[in-house]
Design a protein around this ligand. Sequence first.
Ligand code: 13P
Ligand code: SF4
Length: 363
Amino acid sequence: MAFVDSGIEPVRHPMPGAVKWEPRERAPAHPGFDAAYAREAIRELKPLYARLERVIPPLEWAGHAPYIKAIRDLKREKNAAILAHNYMTPEIFHGVGDILGDSLQLAKEAAKTDADVIVQCGVHFMAETAKLLNPNKTVLIPDPHAGCSLASSVTPEDVRALRAAYPGVPIVTYVNTSAAVKAECDICCTSANAVKVVESLGSPRVLLIPDQYLARYVASQTKVEIVSWKGACEVHERFTGEELRGYREAEPGIKILAHPECPPDVIAEADYTGSTAGMIKWVKDEKPARVVLVTECSMAANVAAEAPDTNFTRPCNLCPHMKRISLPKILDSLVTMKEEVTVDPKIAARARLAVERMVNLPV
Ligand code: 13P
Ligand code: SF4
């Protein structure tokens, strides 16, 4: 249906995941420096590598295995759970992740975990969401500078300006925002449930911020008028329809799966549009011979490990923020219990409402 730009200019653009950075002690020594430990790790993790050899070469695995073993042992010792987003590299995703998925799955499962410590292998807004849903648990992020171009595109001041300009219009915030922005909004959504959330409000007009492309996609799927913001994902906005037509010409029959953060000319070329979890499900259900996942690059490797009958064409658009998370940083995080993610309790109480309204929507 109708898509309208809000016409409101951003007040200011803070750094993503605006967290103060303090120097910390050196990361622990590489556990692989101990040759006997490295050999033991490789032996112990043989069954895991059997699942991953399609996507991780043996030499690389020899470097990863000691970290994976050390992280797994420390998780047990500290009763910690690792939340790994679909964009983590395979050694993290399959090697140490306990709760795996898209933003919606991570938020929902984080609320159920009985771990004392949550390590968010994803970006800062995801760690904040985990903290909102687990206020009494320790939530760690291995690199607090793992931000997001969408989260940094909008501030609480911007949302207040939108409210003043559009009185009475409900505001839906994409989960890719800071807790402080969520606190100013009525309800949260993810790419997996944005249409459902918008329609649940029973309003003919809804503000959906900050991703202009997700907003356009939702507008194309509903009768509700969508007013949006000018934010964009720096990874997905780089894809073009022309590039995808090139893949179709080179490989007739290829299936194109796109994330709704992509521009409209990209979505117009796609055989399926959905969240990262939606794309994974599509590949597992449909078992296409060849597919291109129009999203962050690591996801194809994670799915390839589990979909041996599908060949993946991999345009390698990496998210620089997601790629800040590495095995050495995860180990460091569990050893030093840093960086802890906290949210001001007054902000958290309001932001939690927006997230809980989404999580509690009937399936
Ligand atoms: P999903 O919710 O689809 O996992 O998307 C999160 C994200 O950051 C996409 O860029
Ligand atoms: Fe943000 Fe885009 Fe990275 Fe997702 S891929 S975390 S939306 S910058």
